[in-house]
Unconditional design. Structure first.
Length: 235
C-alpha cells in the first residue's frame, strides 16, 4: 500500500530532460529500505555520466538556467523528497536549489550533485518500505511513491506539507551586496536595454501538519530556505 506519494509535471518541450528523469526514475524504482536503514540518492543512482545514458538538458546554475549533463535529475530527487516526507521518513540530508523550481511549491525541492550534495533519508518504521517511481500520463508526469506491504501494519501518514513564504526580496542591480552580504551574481548594470529583469528572492518555511489517533493536531517545521534574488542585467 502507498504511505506517501508525490506527482510532478514534466516540461514537455524538454526531450533531454524527460529522458534523464525517466532513466533516474527507473534506477530508484523498486529499491527497498529496511527498518532503520538509510536511502542515499547518490549511492543508488550513481554518477550521472554519458556512459550511464544521461544527456544534456537545462539545469539551474547560479540562479539561471543553462545546459548541463543530466539536467532534470533534481526533479526525481525533489519528487522523492516529497514522497518521503509524506510517508513519514526521517530526512538526514537535503539541499535546496539556488532558485525555486517550477514543478513544486517553494521550499519543497531537493537538489543533488554527485560527490557533494545528496538526498538521504532513513526508514523509522518497523517494516521495510519500497520506492516506486516512473512516468505517467503518456510521460507528462513523474510519480514517486513510498509503499509498504499489505499486512505490515502500515497506513497513510496523513501528513500535509505547507509552504509559507516569509519574505520576498526584489532583484537588485548586479554588484550590489545581497542579503547575505556578498554581491549578487550577474553582469554589471549599464545604460541600455534591459535584457533580464532578474528574479525575486524568497525566504520560505515548510511545515508538516497532521492529526494523531486522538485527533490532536500537530505542526512541525520541516525546513527554512533562502533563495537569493537574481539581479537584473542590461546591455
Amino acid at each position: 500500500m502507498v504511505i506517501g506519494q508525490c506527482t510532478t509535471t514534466l516540461d514537455d518541450t524538454q526531450v533531454g530532460r524527460r529522458a534523464n528523469v525517466a532513466l533516474a526514475a527507473r534506477v530508484i524504482d523498486g529499491v527497498v529500505v529496511e527498518p532503520r536503514a538509510e536511502f542515499s540518492f547518490n549511492r543508488v543512482v550513481g554518477e550521472r555520466t554519458t556512459e550511464a545514458g544521461y544527456v544534456d538538458a537545462r539545469v539551474i546554475v547560479d540562479g539561471r538556467n543553462q545546459p548541463g549533463l543530466a539536467g532534470g535529475i533534481c526533479q526525481v530527487s525533489s519528487t522523492l523528497y516529497n514522497a518521503a516526507l509524506l510517508a513519514g521518513m526521517e530526512i538526514t540530508e537535503r539541499h535546496a536549489h539556488s532558485r525555486p523550481v517550477p514543478y513544486l511549491p517553494p521550499g519543497r525541492d531537493a537538489t543533488v550533485a554527485y560527490g557533494s550534495l545528496d538526498l538521504r533519508f532513513t526508514n523509522p518504521l518497523d517494516f521495510p518500505v519500497t520506492v516506486r517511481a516512473g512516468l505517467e500520463g503518456s510521460g507528462a508526469e513523474l510519480s514517486v511513491a513510498i509503499e509498504a506491504a499489505e499486512g505490515s501494519g502500515a497506513h497513510a501518514s496523513g501528513i500535509r506539507l505547507v509552504s509559507e513564504i516569509v519574505e520576498v526580496i526584489e532583484p537588485r542591480p548586479a554588484g550590489e551586496p545581497g542579503p547575505t552580504g556578498r554581491p549578487i551574481a550577474g553582469a554589471p548594470m549599464a545604460k541600455g536595454q534591459v535584457v533580464d529583469t532578474g528574479q525575486p528572492g524568497y525566504r520560505v518555511r515548510v511545515w508538516a501538519e497532521w492529526e494523531d489517533s486522538t485527533s490532536t493536531r500537530h505542526r512541525e517545521l520541516v525546513s527554512y530556505d533562502f533563495y537569493e534574488p537574481v539581479s537584473a542585467v542590461a546591455r
